[in-house]
Ligand binder design. Structure first.
Ligand code: DCT
Ligand code: MG
Length: 403
């Protein structure tokens, strides 16, 4: 949280103000956050510059501009900034000079300008301007609500809504069930999910799944599979070695967890690959057709889970549970390697891999299959390694897919 605050604000004074406001909301002496604050205060008092990894500063700046571009409906520009941020992330060490920058591929002029400004002045005036914009702040706030996309956020902004309070108090606003849940659990859902919490949820799902169908294979995908220590949600793949046995399992699992009071929200979608998946489709869209549940779990918070939110003793949140976003995705074993590759991410890695498949190999890759458009056949895979082999690429372990 503290790192986040530092990244969001541009001056030390601003950071302090924001942190102090957060401290005020908490009972003195009990939140582990105070330890971070006192560390930070000491740094400031000693007049030592707070060292933020320059690499993160640069990436955050580019990501801010990418977000801003997408808020303005400029997807191409947004992607260009994401690509530049991803190039920086893939460097073995922090970029320090403009000369190094000039040698990098995939770096547009605009991104270069911003990075150059930060390297020279320590900040970018443009990024600072963007983060101060009311529209940017509002769109960021609204699109962070589970169930709220760019279009809805923009409509609300045009209607003059600016804060979560505005949404909560509005008489005429019609929220979907998903948005209602998103708004209700906004604070929890915007708190990072720790690896320990993700493991706990995967274990809960596994136990219930095994009680209905022994041998069910549960895999923690998404950022956690790439080795990240925290994430915004928990992505879980469910399959069974015997094709077809997995059908109907998800509703039983959800039903059982619900009866135990562990589900705050869920939206079960049936699979649609039999009628909707067309292997010769040119679509490189991320949307897939698996049976799935986009849900919010009510996770009992035990003291051993190392998360700030888990031990938040502020009066307004004396609850002993935390709302956590969980995506449960069911896949037949024949499609599992593709689902695993697709759901491991990162989103940018997937986008680039699909683009490579299409442009260089004339193959269409998605989370269901790889389709060879020249041979006009679907290529079956038994593991992720098979897919890399088909694409003529060396296997990349999940930890190398963080771009
Ligand atoms: N994905 C997909 N189809 C979707 C949504 C996501 O194939 N409709 C893929 C892309 C990345 C992966 O699944 C997980 O998605 P996220 O949870 O959004 O990304 P993450 O890398 O796990 O990020 P975080 O750690 O913040 O959860
Ligand atoms: Mg995730």
């Amino acid at each position: 949280r503290v790192t986040h605050v530092i990244a969001e604000h541009n001056s030390g004074a601003e950071v302090m103000q924001c942190l102090e406001r957060q401290v005020e909301k908490r009972e003195e002496g009990r939140s582990p956050m105070l330890l971070h604050i006192s560390w930070f205060t000491e740094c400031m008092a000693a007049r030592e510059p707070v060292k933020i990894e320059p690499r993160h500063l640069l990436e955050d700046a580019l990501e801010t501009l990418s977000k801003e571009a997408s808020f303005c409906g400029s997807d191409g520009r947004s992607l260009a900034f994401i690509r530049a941020a991803s190039v920086l992330r893939s460097l073995p060490s922090t970029l320090t000079t403009i000369e190094e920058l000039n040698r990098l591929p995939g770096f547009g002029e605009h991104s270069k300008r911003v990075v150059q400004e930060i390297l020279e002045d320590g900040f970018s005036a443009e990024v600072e301007r963007v983060t101060q914009k009311e529209k940017y702040q509002t769109m960021k706030l609204f699109t962070n609500i589970f169930g709220v996309g760019m279009k809805t956020a923009n409509r609300w902004y045009q209607e003059g809504l600016r804060s979560l309070g505005d949404l909560r108090n509005s008489q005429k606003l019609k929220l979907s069930k998903q948005q209602e849940a998103g708004l209700q659990h906004y604070e929890d859902l915007n708190m990072p999910v720790s690896r320990a919490e993700a493991d706990l949820i995967a274990k809960m799902v596994e136990e219930v799944a095994h009680s209905f169908l022994p041998g069910t294979i549960i895999t923690l995908a998404g950022g956690f599979r790439r080795g990240k220590l925290s994430g915004h949600d928990v992505d879980i793949l469910i399959t069974h070695a015997q094709e077809g046995r997995e059908e109907g399992l998800l509703s039983k699992v959800i039903g059982q967890l619900q009866s135990q009071g562990l589900i705050l929200y869920h939206d079960l979608k049936r699979n649609s690959y039999h009628d909707a998946f067309s292997p010769d489709s040119k679509s490189t869209s991320n949307m897939d057709h698996f049976e799935r549940s986009f849900s919010i779990f009510r996770l009992k918070v035990a003291s051993h889970i190392g998360d700030i939110g888990a031990r938040d003793h502020s009066p307004e949140s004396s609850k002993d549970w935390k709302a956590v976003r969980v995506d449960l995705v069911v896949t037949p074993i024949s499609q599992y390697p593709y689902a695993l590759l697709g759901w491991t991410g990162s989103k940018h890695f997937e986008r680039e891999l699909r683009r490579f498949s299409c442009n260089e190999k004339k193959m269409v890759l998605n989370s269901h299959a790889l389709y060879d458009t020249v041979e006009q056949k679907i290529l079956a895979a038994t593991c992720e390694e098979d897919i890399f082999l088909y694409l003529g690429l060396e296997y990349m372990p999940p930890s190398d897919r963080n771009a």
